[in-house]
Write a protein that binds this ligand. Structure first.
Ligand SMILES: [Zn+2]
Length: 119
């Protein structure tokens, strides 16, 4: 799974499916589950003294969903796409959009082993 926190994703299946791109708030269980802004919202009832709601009452929060239900949203295609992994010229691993080829952020720092510089 290549989804990271703060990515834009589109929920493509399950009860929360909608074509609108949304932000990933949290990645859980090694990427198996993710929390997406505005998806799977619940009201949690809390007592007085809760750090996020000192007066008590209802707290609005998102519950995790299966990450297999979302697709990465490519901002240059303006569409949900699949991500690939590739090595850059300096040997860093980066994610890229399989539709348009735009880089979507690096995954690991440059390693000389994978560097194509000087070849
Ligand atoms: Zn793209």
């Amino acid at each position: 799974m290549k989804i990271k926190k703060n990515d834009q994703v589109v929920v493509i299946s399950g009860e929360h499916a909608s074509p609108q791109p949304r932000q990933v708030l949290q990645v859980l269980q090694g990427g198996e589950k993710i929390v997406v802004q505005g998806v799977n919202q619940v009201y949690k009832h809390v007592r007085r003294g809760h750090p996020k709601s000192p007066a008590g009452g209802r707290l609005h929060m998102e519950m995790p969903i299966q990450s297999s239900n979302v697709m990465y949203y490519c901002e240059s295609c303006q569409k949900p796409t699949r991500l690939g992994l590739r090595y850059t010229l300096v040997g860093a691993k980066e994610r890229f959009c399989k539709k348009c080829g735009t880089a979507c952020g690096s995954v690991s720092p440059a390693k000389a082993k994978y560097s194509q510089a000087g070849k």
